[in-house]
Design a binder for this molecule. Sequence first.
Ligand SMILES: CCCCCCCCC/C=C/C(=O)SCCNC(=O)CCNC(=O)[C@H](O)C(C)(C)COP(=O)(O)OP(=O)(O)OC[C@H]1O[C@@H](n2cnc3c(N)ncnc32)[C@H](O)[C@@H]1OP(=O)(O)O
Ligand SMILES: NC(=O)C1=CN([C@@H]2O[C@H](COP(=O)(O)OP(=O)(O)OC[C@H]3O[C@@H](n4cnc5c(N)ncnc54)[C@H](OP(=O)(O)O)[C@@H]3O)[C@@H](O)[C@H]2O)C=CC1
Length: 270
Amino acid sequence: MIDRSPLAEFTGQVALITGGGSGIGRAIALRYAAGGGDVVVLGRRREPLEETARMAEKFGGRAEVVTCDVRDPEAVTAAVNGVVGDLGRLDALVNNAAGNFISKAEELSPNGWRAVVDIVLNGSFYCTRAAAQHMLAAGRGSILNVIASYAWHGHPGTVHSAAAKGGVLAMTRTLAAEWGGRGVRVNCISPGPTETEGAGAALWPTDEARDRVLGSVPAGRFTTPEEVAESAAFLLDARRAGYVTGDVLSVDGGQWLGKAVYTDPRAGRS
Ligand SMILES: CCCCCCCCC/C=C/C(=O)SCCNC(=O)CCNC(=O)[C@H](O)C(C)(C)COP(=O)(O)OP(=O)(O)OC[C@H]1O[C@@H](n2cnc3c(N)ncnc32)[C@H](O)[C@@H]1OP(=O)(O)O
Ligand SMILES: NC(=O)C1=CN([C@@H]2O[C@H](COP(=O)(O)OP(=O)(O)OC[C@H]3O[C@@H](n4cnc5c(N)ncnc54)[C@H](OP(=O)(O)O)[C@@H]3O)[C@@H](O)[C@H]2O)C=CC1
């Protein structure tokens, strides 16, 4: 469990976290609140968001809830404008909301492709666009996109998500350069397999699948949401990471490097 941050690095600041009602998004919201910031969590279901807000308020700051589907650009713009209207500013946006499931690419329906790409890539752009209008006007802001390492190495069975996360990575680098001179930083964080409400059900629903995923992590365990949140706090904090933009921080126990390279007894044989 996250305690109050000794740094209090977000005091007086406001963050909007999409998908803040569960898993990694909730942990990031609580870490921001522990750092003294106010948080707004956004998602489709109100109840889990309210639970996050109740937990965040224990740190003493303000916590608000917005129900919204990130695939709806008008609703997203209204939500972001509402945050600035209510809380007076917007310092950070975390694009964390995602949808995912395993499917053979040749069997994936156009609507299945669209559902994931719309949430992950288009939703991240809608939120980023709306938030950046306030951040650029203020001359400061930090945007953090939660991706996955298959954005750059690909992954069979998740073509929709890998393509969308790859798009988010390209968007990150493009906007980091486009807005770098105007005080707005844009970065990515790439968690390793993390046992959350959504991921467990979508990606490793059986013990066998779970063991296979775990076997791919050199560190030999799942990432914790709190570990991701701590690195997210670093990237969001302008004092510690103010010169970091357009980059990706992997928090994955070395997963994307590939365990077999180190442990295969045949490695190194000619
Ligand atoms: C492994 C790596 C480890 C190792 C690597 C570990 C790194 C992992 C990185 C990433 C992890 C994550 O993102 S984990 C995040 C997981 N979280 C979530 O998924 C939570 C949110 N999910 C959702 O809301 C839903 O699952 C989702 C389908 C995406 C969107 O819901 P909607 O209600 O909008 O959509 P629906 O109407 O239900 O479905 C839209 C279409 O998708 C199809 N569809 C839905 N589920 C389907 C399924 N299981 N298989 C085929 N097709 C499916 C439907 O049939 C529809 O197509 P038609 O029938 O043609 O109409
Ligand atoms: N867990 C893992 O192993 C890994 C996760 N990631 C990434 O981390 C992030 C968080 O994942 P995780 O915590 O596991 O996932 P969860 O499924 O637990 O959380 C996803 C959140 O996104 C929200 N959400 C989904 N669709 C929408 C939508 N259309 N509009 C608004 N909100 C939406 C959900 O709330 P609601 O349903 O109420 O809308 C939910 O709170 C994702 O970007 C994921 O891709 C990356 C690598 C590994």
